[in-house]
Ligand binder design. Sequence first.
Ligand SMILES: O=C(O)COP(=O)(O)O
Ligand SMILES: [Mg+2]
Length: 224
Amino acid sequence: MSDFPFDTVLFDLDGTLVDSARDLGPAVNAALAAIGRPPVAESEVRSMIGGGTDMMLTRALEATGGAVDEATYARLSQALLDHYWAHIADHTVPYPGCLAALDELAALGCKLAVVTNKAEKPARELLAALGMTDRFAFIYGGDTLGRENAKPLPAMLHAAVADCGGGRAAMVGDSTYDVRAGHAAGLPVVTCAFGYHDVPAAELGGDATIDGFDELVGVLRSLA
Ligand SMILES: O=C(O)COP(=O)(O)O
Ligand SMILES: [Mg+2]
């Protein structure tokens, strides 16, 4: 029996397991270009990720001249998804040390699951493209339980923990959505300084922050 304090560890995807801004940025810029808007810089896109691709599009439109009518929005949302689907893993990679940390947690007997606001289909496609699918017992996307149940609500987290067999669980994420969802689910939350957020990770209100995946297992032990 492992003395590790958690049975289940839930992970956010974008900005936590994988650095995906270099593929999400061009996708949102393809949508903006369709209506003649200027592109947003990658540094700016990074602060728009975390609420799902529609939230990213809404924020990019606000930053480049304001909202558009519903029909245009629907067209741009589809353009973004089409571009993203075609380039989902062109540049996206797991963060340094991520795979080793997942191996270590698995060896400690932890069940691992993904709880992302990215829609489930592209989340699965991305994890498959990176050869990461089999590491996770369950993969929840922002639409798996209906968009209205995406983070910051805790529904996906509750479901994923139950799927993993219950027990002691922790959440690892990079944004306010993750901290709020984790705490609403009653879980300790580790935030990732290397991810996407508009305030420093240490100010997101999580229980601990890591600067790299080499710190994750030790930090989780310290949360016991
Ligand atoms: O697609 C997004 O904006 C966010 O996805 P995440 O929940 O994995 O950070
Ligand atoms: Mg994220």
